[in-house]
Design a protein around this ligand. Structure first.
Ligand code: GDP
Ligand code: MN
Length: 384
């Protein structure tokens, strides 16, 4: 789950990470009031779940309150396009008004999971403001790394990172403290990503998180109700939110073959075999082991809400989810939803004969494939 910058900063502040003073605003009038309250020069920052806002025109400096009003008016409601939003962009519904800080140096700090090590890694780079992916490809040695074991980044590791970036003198201690606080926030929030780009050292001797990006592990949200409450569904793929609400695991993709599968492994294999047959999956959908009729129907409804879908491949290996239950669900969904695209079915497992009988008796037009390969070929051919 992604959260907004202003929310990430609230979380990080609670762990002692210094951030600029800021107030979030939903209207230009609120933005002006926020600027008056903060006093002095401010930054107006679009709040969307994507980075690269600065380059896209979503971050503007303003020196007085009337200017903040004008800036906020132009940013609020704008469709902000950045390299992370895709060409369709995102509508800006809130801005963060923050005091300007006098930047002396910008650095990059980030924590994420290193899957090959199975541990989080703290990354730091003197090249703040640059995308870490670009640094990684152009100048990989510029990225310093410290592996976090048992959730803890030791002080000597934080010092090694700061010293490695050439940080010396009075600013060293606050930087080391902030690095430690970021690591603790990552661990205790069950985050999958914390990224501060840029983290800045100021002319007045402060070490401050100027930007903040934080992703929380969805599977851990049940033990963080305070973090779960930060979810902004309006920023998420509506079909994915719809699926979550029905206990389905759906990820929208770009192809035209809709897939309904039970089990994440089989769902991935199904996407592979669709590609192998020369097609492109429109989605990942795991209906789970114990799906009922209602979930099957919702699964079809969600798949069909994607206008790109030209055929649906149902690939079910009946175990806990019995094939006859699934077949009844498919028949009911087809009748209720008026499914107009070809349905290719590959069904195996518990009660498969009863399931086939239900489909045959329904009089509806399904394409029943003998095996997975044939099913994929049929679905791809019909979607073409
Ligand atoms: P992003 O483009 O979405 O990553 O948004 P950032 O929060 O990183 O802001 C983009 C850029 O705006 C930063 O890299 C800074 O150069 C600039 N910026 C943001 N806040 C301040 C500030 O307080 N003072 C100054 N001088 N520049 C700022
Ligand atoms: Mn940034």
């Amino acid at each position: 789950m992604k959260v907004h910058e202003y929310q990430a900063k609230e979380v990080l502040r609670a762990y002692g990470v210094p951030t600029p003073r800021g107030i979030v605003a939903g209207t230009a009038t609120e933005a002006r009031a926020a600027a008056e309250q903060l006093g002095g020069k401010v930054v107006v920052k679009a709040q969307i779940h994507a980075g690269g806002r600065g380059k896209g025109g979503g971050v503007k400096l303003a020196s007085q309150a009337d200017e903040v009003y004008v800036r906020a008016r132009s940013i609020l409601g704008m469709n902000l396009v950045t390299h992370q939003t895709g060409p369709e962009g995102r509508e800006v519904k809130r801005v963060l008004i923050e005091e300007q800080v006098p930047i002396a140096r910008e650095i990059y700090l980030g924590i994420t999971l290193d899957r090959s090590l199975g541990k989080p890694v703290f990354m730091a780079s003197a090249e703040g403001g640059m995308e870490i992916e670009d640094v990684a490809s152009e100048n990989p040695d510029a990225i310093l790394k410290e592996v976090i074991s048992r959730g803890r980044l030791h002080t000597f590791q934080a010092r090694r990172l700061a010293l490695g970036m050439g940080i010396r003198g009075d600013i060293l201690a606050p930087t080391v403290r902030a690095i430690g606080s970021l690591a603790r926030a990552y661990d205790e929030s069950d985050a999958t990503l914390v990224e501060i780009n840029p983290f800045v050292l100021t002319h007045d001797g402060r070490a401050v998180a100027l930007d903040a990006k934080m992703d929380i592990d969805d599977n851990a949200l049940f033990r963080h109700p305070d973090l779960a409450a930060l979810r902004d569904s309006a920023e998420e793929e509506p079909l994915e939110t719809d699926a979550i609400n029905h206990g389905l695991n759906y990820i929208k993709l770009d192809g035209n073959v809709g897939c309904m599968v039970n089990g994440a492994g089989l769902a991935m294999a199904t996407m592979d075999i669709i590609q192998y047959a020369g097609g492109m999956p429109a989605n990942f959908l795991d209906v789970g082991g114990g799906a009922d009729k209602g979930q099957i129907k919702n699964g079809f409804r969600i798949i069909l809400s994607d206008p790109n879908v030209k055929a649906i491949l149902v690939n079910i290996f009946g175990g806990i989810l019995k094939v006859d239950v699934l077949a009844a669900g498919i028949v009911a969904a087809t009748q209720e939803l008026n499914i107009a695209v070809p349905l290719v079915l590959r069904l195996e497992g518990t009660n498969v004969e009863q399931g086939r009988a239900i489909l045959a008796e329904s009089g509806l037009d399904f394409i029943v494939a003998g095996d997975m390969k044939e099913a994929a070929e049929q679905a791809v051919a019909r979607a073409a």
